[in-house]
Ligand binder design. Structure first.
Ligand code: ADP
Length: 543
């Protein structure tokens, strides 16, 4: 028997319209690329989004078109987050930290029709433009006064485009399964893969984050996503804040500890979200100034495991830590580490141990751990297995990539995360290892396979393996372990060879020579053995 409720679609534009109607005093504060701070209420933002919608249509963009962004966290990027899907197009956020090769692949794979780019990244785009589709429309996210001299063909000025339109625009009715956003992850081996979010998944994810983070996601509170809009929906903040009435405080390109501290302090940010590396910088600042930013009450740490010492440091200073785990493919929130009042009487050491785990599943996210045969393991805190997830905010396939899709999902349609985990009886997830062969440095992925393939092309390398070595600032850094093919291998020459193919931050911090690599039972290089053997390796830069 079917129920009899209206089948109205869940649409991203409804979040914006709701914020405009109901959260008039809240909005977006931005530390801008041009310098200075910019304040915009949600009603002002909604009006500019309507101008943007008209401008996009005037550029000939419409339903299904992929419209890319290459931008920091700021109000114009937020407008793109709503204006692009609002007309039925797909907002494709590009991570500027990817290598030029990966960026070229992504723009072509997505078949982007337009690219909205921050001033900072104009030189980068100029270098890559020959790899991009010839008819790509470039829009620079600035006003006429700051338009740069650029070699980009017919580059347009964002503020001029908006000024040419009025804000009289009615958001069209769309099917809720229409694609709204596209974000490529390099979080698995091989080419980057696209997670293609729907309006429905975005709205459900916003609701999920809103109800999970009620302490900060509400009117009168200010939330700072240091986690970028170009990475997995800034963990849902871009949608949850307007929905719930929290004000967003956007750092723009200013991400060092001092800048983040000053912004948080002067804007009374209560909740800040980002990867551990960012919080190391802020913590240093807190220590040297002897106080936390005024109003700072909550920090959401994810993207990599939050070190227990960092959690303790924040909590000792009165900042509640929420350790979160997720993936781009999951919109991205999977688990959140708040402790409910049930744990109020739990001894401090035990609370700290619980907070060091990755948290408990969010509403709409199902978790299972399985052994090598795919058999489900008990949630007893002991059994460790590969973690699979299912839910309406989780990708059902990769965009236009059948091989990657086939490799990622099990027969029942669960998505394999590539993380190895335990889940305890109370539901706390603990990531114990990674099945995927990757290094996560400062929240960004480095594919060990890519680096190995390139290293193998060097004449001095007979065999090699790249592993992650713990790093105090970046969480992990790559180290290249080489079985040389010559008597006097030259690390500098190998390094120079790699530098020709990789972004600087993807280069190994150290190159070590060994006689042989340890092998597993099936004859593969045992990364696990290597990682354990070099867990205490001191990197040259660290010394
Ligand atoms: P994000 O960086 O937003 O979490 P990615 O898709 O880039 O998304 O990376 C997801 C992967 O990052 C996870 O599969 C996991 O390996 C790692 N990860 C994310 N959060 C944590 C965490 N809290 N602890 C340990 N690993 C994490």
């Amino acid at each position: 028997m079917h129920g009899l409720m209206m089948d109205r679609p869940l649409l991203v534009a409804d979040i914006l319209t709701y914020a405009e109607d109901m959260h008039r005093a809240s909005g977006v504060v931005s530390s801008t690329v041009e310098g200075g701070r910019h304040y915009q209420s949600y009603p002002e933002m909604a009006a500019r989004c309507r101008r943007l919608a008209r401008a996009l249509r005037a550029l000939g963009l419409g339903p299904g078109d992929r419209v890319a962004t290459l931008a920091w966290n700021g109000y114009r990027h937020m407008e793109l987050y709503y204006g692009i899907p609002g007309i039925g197009a797909v907002c494709h956020t590009i991570n500027p930290r990817l290598s030029g090769e990966q960026m070229g692949y992504i723009v072509n794979h997505a078949a982007d029709r337009a690219l909205f780019v921050d001033l900072t990244f104009v030189p980068l785009v100029e270098k890559l433009a020959s790899q991009f589709p010839a008819d790509l429309t470039y829009v620079i996210l600035t006003d006429a006064a700051h338009m740069p001299d650029t070699s980009l063909a017919n580059a347009l000025c964002y503020e001029d485009l908006l000024a040419a339109q009025d804000d009289d625009f009615a958001w069209p009715d769309l099917e809720e399964t229409t694609a709204a956003g596209l974000c490529y992850t390099s979080g698995t081996t091989g080419n980057p893969k696209g997670a293609l979010y729907t309006h429905r998944s975005m709205v459900l994810h916003a609701l999920m984050v809103g109800i999970s983070m009620q302490g900060s996601m509400r009117p009168g509170q200010r939330v700072l996503p240091v986690v970028p809009l170009f990475h997995a929906n800034a963990w849902g903040t871009a949608h949850a804040a307007p929905l719930t009435g929290a004000t967003l405080v956007m750092p723009g390109p200013h991400l060092d500890g001092a800048a983040v501290f000053d912004l948080m302090h002067s804007e009374r940010v209560c909740s800040a979200w980002g990867v551990p590396t960012v919080w190391l910088g802020l913590m240093q600042e807190i220590r040297s100034r002897g106080s936390i930013p005024q109003g700072f009450a909550e920090v959401v740490i994810g993207g990599s495991a939050a070190p227990t010492a960092m959690i303790a440091d924040f909590e000792d200073r009165g900042v509640s830590v929420c350790h979160a785990w997720g993936m781009t493919e999951m919109s991205p929130i999977g688990t959140l580490g708040h402790l409910t009042p049930d744990y109020d009487d739990t001894p401090a050491a035990e609370r700290l141990a619980l907070k060091s785990k990755q948290g408990r599943r969010a509403f709409l996210v199902e978790l299972k751990i399985v052994d090598e045969d795919g058999t489900a393991l008990p949630h007893d805190g002991e059994a460790a297995g590969e973690l699979f997830v299912r839910g309406p905010t989780i990708a059902s396939a990769y965009y236009n990539d059948e091989a990657a899709t086939a490799a990622a999902f099990d027969a029942e349609g669960w998505f394999g995360t590539g993380d190895v985990a335990t889940i305890c009886a109370q539901g706390f997830l603990s990531i114990t290892d990674r099945a995927k062969d990757l290094i996560k440095s400062g929240g960004e992925w480095i594919s060990s396979l890519d680096v190995e393939n390139m290293a193998m092309a060097h004449g001095h390398v007979a065999n090699c393996a790249v592993i992650a070595v713990p790093h105090p600032k970046w969480d992990e850094r790559p180290v290249l372990i080489v079985v040389p093919s010559v008597d006097d291998p030259d690390p500098d020459s190998i390094r120079a060879h790699l530098a020709g193919h990789l972004a600087k931050w993807q280069l190994p911090d150290d190159i070590l020579f060994v006689e042989a690599l340890p092998l597993t039972a099936t004859g593969k290089v045992s990364k696990l053995t290597l990682r354990r053997a070099y867990a205490d390796h001191r990197l040259p830069q660290t010394d």
